[in-house]
Design a protein around this ligand. Structure first.
Ligand code: GLA
Length: 383
């Protein structure tokens, strides 16, 4: 198994530091076929868990504090359960503290613990390393202290941790996909009621290719929250619970009362939501051409209407549009950097990368990194 080495690393580090066997679990990152920024509008998304993510090991501790060790960056967090506060610019530490706080808020009893974790998804690549980390913490603690939390409760704990401790008002897509993913299946998820339909993913003579721009925009978090409030304000103006309920007519009726910018953002959400459903229908029928076109359209909307793309992502999509071996491509995740997802003819990926990588490097002075993933199962215990 691909993550065997990662598991071994976590296990041996844990054994060395704490001289006892940890409870090990794996929590994956995710890709998203289509449906970006629709989740916090109560809309539809189409993600899948991947075979890369975070392995964590956890065990009860006899100390009077908790300790968490991030192997990859060689950093330790120590804290007392009776006094938890967010840390300013605390990075990964706030995910841990946030999850523990949200568990305690549910009146669940946990005791001091030691945890070690390591991962193989790059941070800020749009593959949701953050949800993988959050889920691995809540899942590990749920097992260790037999808290009896359901998977749904766990993903909401993860999401709340991100809202309250990290400050990103994220939707539920990442945590859901990471927790509930299945091998070779994408999840058509209704984010209003968490109703899911699993789709077998087999693009026949095409493969999924991820290309990492290696860009992470420092303003991504505030821009994300700002997009969310624009959407909520428009929904309120129309007097509907969320933009998922908006029709084109309703939006047109208020067009003159809101800014052009808000109009475009809301229009994008209505269109993107429709695209998710069209894309899942296309996949059902094996119509990969339509599926691919919807991906390109989604990118154009994210670029020009929702304005969460960046020059590097746009460059890669422009190159993909020109290439007859690529059915569709778009930026993936929150935006402002990270990966593009491309549906590429089998055997054609190398030629595409060999052509594009030098151009990309010339234009942006950055490396273009290929990322190979398989669609895999959600958060689980490693036996
Ligand atoms: C981030 C968030 C998700 C979702 C995507 C955009 O990954 O965590 O909830 O909103 O951005 O689709």
């Amino acid at each position: 198994m691909i993550n065997d080495q990662l598991t071994e690393k976590v296990k041996s580090t844990f054994l060395k530091q704490f001289e006892t066997e940890p409870l090990l679990s794996f929590s994956p990152g995710r890709i998203n076929l289509i449906g970006e920024h629709t989740d916090y509008n109560d809309g539809f998304v189409f993600p899948a868990a991947i075979n890369k993510g975070i392995v964590s090991g956890v065990q009860k501790s006899n100390n009077d504090y908790c300790s968490v060790y991030a192997i990859d960056i060689d950093e330790v967090l120590e804290f007392s359960l009776s006094n938890i506060q967010p840390i300013e610019n605390g990075g990964w530490k706030n995910y841990v503290l946030g999850v523990v706080t949200e568990i305690l808020k549910k009146d669940k009893i946990i005791h001091n613990f030691d945890m070690v974790f390591a991962g193989n998804i790059p941070l800020g690549a749009g593959l949701s390393s953050s949800a993988a980390l959050e889920n691995s913490i809540v899942f590990g603690l749920n097992e260790l202290f037999e808290l009896g939390l359901t998977k749904e409760e766990m993903i909401y704990i993860s999401q709340k941790a991100e809202h309250n401790y990290v400050g990103v008002q994220c939707g539920i897509m990442d945590q859901y996909a990471s927790m509930f993913g299945k091998e070779k299946k994408a999840l058509l998820l209704d984010c209003r009621n968490l109703k899911v339909t699993y789709f077998s993913i087999d693009f026949k003579e095409y493969d999924i290719l991820l290309l990492n721009t290696n860009v992470k925009h420092s303003l991504a978090e505030s821009a994300y929250n700002q997009r969310r409030s624009v959407c909520e304000a428009v929904a309120k103006h129309i007097e509907i619970p969320a933009l998922r309920d908006a029709t084109y007519d309703q939006l047109l009726t208020i067009k003159e009362e809101i800014s052009q910018d808000s109009y475009q953002k809301a229009l994008f959400i209505i269109q993107e939501n429709e695209r998710v459903l069209k894309a899942s229908n296309a996949l059902d029928k094996g119509d990969y051409t339509t599926f691919g076109e919807l991906l390109f359209e989604s990118h154009k909307g994210l670029q020009n209407q929702y304005e969460v793309s960046c020059p590097e992502l746009d460059f890669l999509i422009d190159q993909a549009i020109k290439n007859p071996d690529i059915l569709g491509a778009r930026m993936m995740g929150g935006g402002f950097g990270g990966c593009t997802i491309n549906i590429v003819k089998k055997g054609a990926a190398d030629a595409f990368i060999n052509t594009v990588a030098p151009l990309y490097h010339k234009q942006f002075d950055k490396a273009l990194t290929r990322y190979d993933v398989q669609i895999s199962k959600g958060t689980h215990k490693i036996k």
